[in-house]
Design a protein around this ligand. Structure first.
Ligand SMILES: *Cc1c(COP(=O)(O)O)cnc(C)c1O
Length: 438
């Protein structure tokens, strides 16, 4: 609209910054936020008012909201009502109480590289190593690094830099967000020697490729997709035999981090089985089915694990003390939330979902959960959900607490599989609030 002469520009009534800085809520926010953060959050509000996206009369309320709604970290905790257990966009595995307590303890000064009995320097990560070896006795040694990709890069670099890594074409996967395994390995200075075809690779393909330049054999679990139909691959035992005959180590990238077989996921590889079948090293993520923090877990032959840990790159992919503490507590502690959600008792799930449906006036429907996070693609986890109108999803997501439900087929589906039972009441309250007419 044209601003006629003589009319006062409403933007002139935007409160001045010094007045906003003097608001009691803003003054109080200095306990929680830096000056620069407060100034930036105020500026974001006044800029919106200057662009006429916000009425000048609403500026004070918006500023108060901006400095009180979130603390210095803007990450907001979310109740995962999608039924997807390892949800990549929600930070993969939620930590259990034992891991959370360990992180809090490790947050200050901590004996991560100090033996308190003798007062001398000790090796970093011995506790996590011992916990992993107790949980997976098939491994001679263990090393934790920054993440699964780092574990793989460290293994291929230490074993095959300047040489060849032999891998099946059917296993050249993209692990997510555009990161491709072949690029990752090439970045280490090892050359990929691809064998077989997308759908079929035979032992002879590997055997023919082995030569003086071979650094290692690599088997990758294609954790986020499935090739079906006319397919064949070579199992770990056969590859391990080939490797032993030719004196070449076999690295198996498991991906999901199961240490032992899980009956719910019969096709998901695990470290114990791979090592017993002859794998020399396995690599995996800490925050998928292992249920811990972001980490990479390397298990296997003692001489090779030592070689990896002494490689200069090991320092660049070092795990931080918080993750180390959480990893140890996850492995040594009680069943982690990921496993509780994966193995949720269907009968109990049904009772909880029925109670929610009754409380909010929604409809109980059958609903399959998923492993998610690039694990066990296509495996349904039979369960239940409360069906709500599609319009409930947005207020649920943006409410307090934030509840992420699944939007599917024109409906919002609230699945309690990944919700701790203690939070059922929270979810019911959130759903009721989301259904209120606004
Ligand atoms: C997830 C995955 C990775 C990458 O692990 P990050 O922990 O995400 O770095 C590598 N390989 C496989 C097979 C995976 O499933």
């Amino acid at each position: 609209m044209n601003q006629g002469a003589g009319q006062v520009d409403p933007r002139r009534s935007i409160p001045r910054t010094d007045a906003l800085l003097a608001l009691p809520d803003v003054v109080a926010a200095r306990e929680r936020l830096s000056e620069a953060t407060i100034a930036a959050r105020i500026r974001a509000v006044t800029d919106r008012a200057r662009r006429c996206e916000l009425a000048p009369g609403d500026v004070v309320a918006a500023v108060v909201d901006a400095v009180t709604r979130t603390g210095p970290s803007t990450q907001t905790s979310v109740l995962n009502a999608t039924g997807v257990v390892v949800h990549t966009n929600l930070g993969r595995a939620p930590l259990g109480d034992a891991a959370i307590a360990a992180i809090v303890d490790a947050a200050g000064y901590v004996d991560v590289e100090m033996d308190l009995d003798t007062g001398v320097r000790s090796k970093r990560g011995v506790g996590a190593r011992d916990a992993l070896l107790t949980a997976c006795p098939a491994a001679e040694d263990a090393l934790a690094v920054n993440n699964g990709a780092a574990a793989l890069v460290l293994a291929t670099t230490a074993l095959a830099a300047g040489r060849e890594v032999i891998v099946s074409r059917g296993e050249l996967i993209e692990i997510g967000a555009g990161f491709r395994l072949p690029d990752l390995i090439a970045s280490t200075g090892a050359r990929l020697r691809e064998v077989g075809t997308t759908n079929r690779t035979h032992l002879a393909d590997y055997a023919d490729a082995v030569g003086p330049d071979t650094g290692c054999l690599l088997k990758v679990h294609p954790s986020n997709f499935r090739v079906s139909g006319f397919t064949s691959g070579v199992d770990v035992a056969a590859l391990a035999r080939l490797g032993r005959d030719r004196g070449i180590p076999l690295v198996v990238d498991l991906g999901s981090g199961l240490l032992t077989p899980d009956p719910v996921l019969p096709d998901e590889p695990d470290a114990t089985t791979a090592l017993r079948a002859g794998a020399d090293l396995t690599t995996a993520s800490g925050d998928k089915l292992l249920g811990g923090p972001q980490a990479g877990v390397i298990l296997g032959r003692a001489d090779l694990v030592q070689r990896l840990s002494k490689h200069p790159l090991a320092r660049a992919v070092r795990i931080d003390k918080l993750a180390l503490a959480a990893l140890e507590a996850t492995v040594a502690g009680p069943v982690a939330p990921v496993m509780r959600s994966l193995h949720a008792d269907p009968q109990r799930l049904r009772e909880r979902t029925e109670a929610l449906a009754d409380a909010v006036g929604g409809e109980l429907v059958a609903h399959d959960g998923r492993v998610g996070g690039g694990g066990a693609p296509g495996i349904p986890l039979p369960g239940f959900a409360v069906r709500l109108p599609e319009s409930a999803a947005c207020p649920l997501r943006t409410g307090t607490p934030a509840v992420l439900a699944r939007v599917h087929d024109g409906a919002t589906l609230v699945d309690l599989r990944c919700i701790p039972e203690n939070d059922d009441q929270c979810v019911a309250d959130a759903v009721r609030a989301a259904m209120e007419p606004r």
